[in-house]
Design a protein around this ligand. Structure first.
Ligand SMILES: [Zn+2]
Length: 442
């Protein structure tokens, strides 16, 4: 990061056009400029969702949506831990009656009283696929979910603009009375630049509690997640509420860039903030850029960025202040570590001290008291195929943060060598145990 860039190199040419900056900026259709989105939703708050579903998604670093029934006494502590880990806990009514009308607001409030989430309870899935009071849904939630769209005169696959009615988002049924072709449906979404959502109840052979309808072999979900991980550049796997926020923000946001004194200022704003949400999920942005180095800041936050093909790419939150892009010639050249301040206390090489290793092992491996981690030296790097890869991290917590300090993957060390993430080019922070390293997907 010691290379300095001449401001002239940035400003000459591209900003001569003066006012026509709008065409030089773009909000990605899907996060990370991927080609499609996929959401996995789970109904009925089954014990197996906590014991098997959450851990499966954590293994691949993906997040899902779990719709719980308030009066069915779900494992609040288990689902609460999943929420802390980035999964979405959403409403599936209080009573699971034939139609949940009258429980739109109260079920949301009850779940929010039990479980803390960054965006609150913003998704509802209707019991028995029956749409309740639509205006009550839209006053309390970003999105309301039916079952297969085609069962209710909607498409099964949603477009890049989401459902035509935000109280009727589709999710296709999986399991014995649905499909188990997760991969094929995601491939179709990639071909159509669309949004596919899945609706799963319990898993074959697991403790499903009341979620007995249409059990799904968990191995078929795992096959889907493996495919998603191999195709992470194309498919954005994220909870239903987060994808819904992204689409609404993208459609409502105005982006404008202007240039002055060698810096580009980008304004990313919308006015859809309401009682349900601030709509502050980060949007993926690119801005035409001639330089070879850039520093991107929004307010006090330094955003991760990458330069590729004549653009600078970054994720930014709408309405969170001006985004300022500058060459790195102003002031002292920062260490690469300073660009990822929220998650990482330092960018030193990952090297587990015995104390950190013990902290890790005590949380996860009390059953393995003889195993010592003293001579472990976990490392993180980007392999030739663009995967953030870790070694020697078995049993340790691994977390990958993006430019905003948001977790893009969290998982446990499995094998000796483990691919944990690939995605948009740029800087990421990989935390293994309590040590962190900055890596760069090129
Ligand atoms: Zn249900």
């Amino acid at each position: 990061m010691n290379n300095k860039i001449s401001i002239a190199a940035i400003t000459v040419g591209m900003f001569a056009a003066g006012s026509a900056f709008a065409q030089n900026t773009e909000i990605a259709t899907w996060s990370g400029f991927r080609k499609a989105a996929a959401s996995f939703t789970f109904d009925d708050g089954a014990p197996s969702h906590v014991s098997d579903g959450g851990p499966l998604f954590d293994k691949y670093g993906y997040k899902a949506t779990f719709n719980v029934v308030v009066n069915w006494n779900p494992d609040w502590s288990g689902f609460g831990n999943m929420a802390k880990n980035g999964h979405e806990i959403a409403s599936h009514s209080n009573t699971h009656g034939q139609n949940m009308s009258g429980e739109e607001a109260s079920s949301k409030k009850s779940i929010e009283g039990k479980i803390q989430q960054k965006y609150g309870v913003i998704t509802v899935a209707y019991p028995n696929c029956n749409v309740p009071n639509k205006s009550a849904v839209l006053q309390n939630y970003v999105v309301g979910r039916i079952c297969n769209g085609s069962w209710q005169s909607q498409p099964d696959m949603m477009s890049k603009d989401g459902p035509s009615d935000w109280a009727m988002a589709s999710a296709i049924m999986t399991g014995s009375t649905g499909t188990n072709d997760f991969k094929g449906n995601m491939q179709k979404a990639v071909q159509q630049s669309g949004w596919i959502s899945f609706l799963t109840h319990g898993f074959e052979g697991k403790n499903n509690g009341s979620a007995t309808y249409s059990p799904t072999p968990i191995g078929s979900i795992e096959d889907g997640l493996k495919w998603a991980q191999q195709n992470d550049k194309d498919i954005w796997v994220a909870p239903m509420g987060h994808v819904a926020m992204y689409i609404k923000e993208r459609k409502a946001s105005k982006i404008e860039a202007s240039s002055s004194g060698g810096t580009i200022t980008v304004k990313l704003t919308h006015n859809i903030k309401d009682n349900v949400s601030d709509y502050d999920y980060p949007l993926s942005i690119r801005v035409k850029y001639d330089g070879s180095k850039a520093e991107v800041k929004q307010g006090d936050a330094k955003l991760e960025s990458k330069i590729d093909g004549g653009y600078v790419y970054f994720d930014a939150v709408p309405n969170a202040g001006d985004i300022v892009i500058s060459g790195e010639s102003a002031g002292p050249a920062p260490e690469s570590s300073s660009s990822a301040e929220p998650p990482a206390s330092s960018s030193s090489e990952v090297a587990a001290s015995s104390s950190s290793a013990k902290a890790e092992s005590s949380s996860s491996a009390t059953a393995l008291p003889k195993q010592t981690f003293e001579d472990r030296h976990p490392i993180a790097y980007v392999d030739n195929n663009g995967y953030i890869t870790v070694q020697n991290a078995q049993g340790m917590n691994i977390t990958v943060f993006n430019s905003l300090g948001n977790v893009v993957r969290s998982t446990k060390g499995l094998g000796l060598v483990q691919k944990v993430y690939t995605g948009a080019k740029g800087m990421y922070v990989v935390k293994i145990g309590n040590k962190a390293k900055v890596v760069n997907i090129k």
